[in-house]
Design a protein around this ligand. Structure first.
Ligand SMILES: CC(C)(COP(=O)(O)OP(=O)(O)OC[C@H]1O[C@@H](n2cnc3c(N)ncnc32)[C@H](O)[C@@H]1OP(=O)(O)O)[C@@H](O)C(=O)NCCC(=O)NCCS
Length: 328
């Protein structure tokens, strides 16, 4: 990528206070802590308070990201919120966030690419800044997955949680910033992970609600196989289009769905586990919020240094996937 160098100026995160532990889930569905930990690596997730919606979580993360970038909300040109759990159909969560932040000069839209949404959002923001159209773009991944999770289904209820992560993108010195993006989609696998109820195909009715069609439906085994295949290949393709090698990676920021999926990506990239940021044990899968939340925590923990080569990689419903190489 030539021309203006675009990178991350600041990061922020927010997770709700309430914890849902594996022991709590044992009381709700036929499962146990040992099964969940060995099959997924997850120990607990955060659950939004009843009065909190996605834009509230997004707001907290965004305030932090703006502060860490050292800019004010009125310097934002665009807000992109990646989410599959918007506050409502419309207005977009990005518009609700724009109002909460007082980002009066910013355009705003939501982006739907499930767990890959944050990487898709970064790619869009990067392109809009690189062309000179915008100077500062806020990209947020925020989810209240607890609102679309069926807590009578042991296959899915153990996986998901709530939270938000945000970044501000802008100009960075030459040589730094985003070096490549690799985005992909395969609509043929759309039925592996979806919510059917409440859309234009199956509008909400008493029947659709009693059939539980407004909750996540997932074919876990097939999603797992897809994830294992695509995490490594997307990361490799992003590296090669940036002109970097696997050995150049200082830190991998993977989508936090399952520790075994992350381990297989590490294996394919010849990386040891200490080269990956892992926080799924504490938050579970937070869809579009996973990667920015992991990135913000990595920064907080001092695991990211100037000049480091980061690879961000994720996959999700759609099916979709995305990877990016970023020099910090
Ligand atoms: C969901 C997932 C953890 C299941 O793990 P798995 O090793 O594939 O387990 P399986 O689905 O093969 O199930 C193995 C057994 O455990 C059982 N099981 C499933 N969920 C269980 C639970 N929460 N507790 C206890 N047992 C469970 C199954 O019923 C099955 O029993 P059976 O052999 O008697 O039929 C795993 O497939 C996964 O992580 N998939 C990807 C999901 C994902 O990332 N989704 C979001 C994408 S962004």
């Amino acid at each position: 990528m030539n021309g203006i160098s675009v990178g991350i100026l600041g990061t922020g995160k927010y997770v709700p206070e309430r914890r849902l532990t594996n022991q709590d889930l044992e009381q709700m569905v036929d499962t146990n802590d040992e099964w969940i930990v060995t099959r997924t690596g997850i120990r607990e997730r955060r659950i939004a308070a009843p009065e909190q919606a996605t834009s509230d979580l997004a707001y907290e993360a965004s305030v932090q990201a703006l502060k860490s970038a050292g800019i004010t909300a009125d310097e934002l040109d665009l807000i992109i919120v990646a989410t599959i759990t918007p506050d409502m159909f419309f207005p977009s969560t990005a518009c609700l966030l724009q109002e909460k932040l007082g980002a009066k000069k910013a355009a705003a839209f939501d982006l739907s690419a499930a767990c890959s949404g944050f990487i898709y959002g970064l790619a869009n923001a990067n392109a809009l800044i690189a062309t000179g159209m915008y100077r500062h773009v806020l990209v947020v991944g925020a989810e209240c997955l607890s609102r679309i999770t069926d807590y009578t289904d042991r296959n899915t209820s153990i996986l998901f949680g709530d939270g938000a992560g945000a970044v501000v993108l802008g100009h960075v010195p030459e040589g730094r910033g985003f070096k490549s993006f690799k985005l992909g989609a395969d609509g043929a696998g759309g039925d592996l992970l979806r919510i059917c109820g409440g859309g234009s195909r199956l509008p909400s009715t008493e029947q659709s609600v009693s059939d539980r069609r407004h909750f996540i439906e997932m074919n876990g085994r097939d999603v797992f196989k897809f994830a294992v295949r695509v995490m490594g290949s997307a990361a490799e393709e992003a590296l090669s289009s940036a002109g970097y090698e696997k050995a150049d990676i200082d830190l991998l920021i993977p989508h936090q769905a399952n520790i075994r999926i992350i381990q297989s990506a590490l294996e394919r990239l010849n990386l040891s586990e200490d080269k990956a940021m892992i926080n799924l044990d504490r938050y579970g899968n937070v869809s579009a919020a996973s990667i920015p939340l992991a990135l913000a925590e990595a920064v907080e923990q001092g695991r990211v240094n100037e000049g480091d080569c980061l690879v961000l990689v994720g996959f999700g419903g759609g099916l979709t996937w995305g990877a990016s190489v970023l020099i910090w």
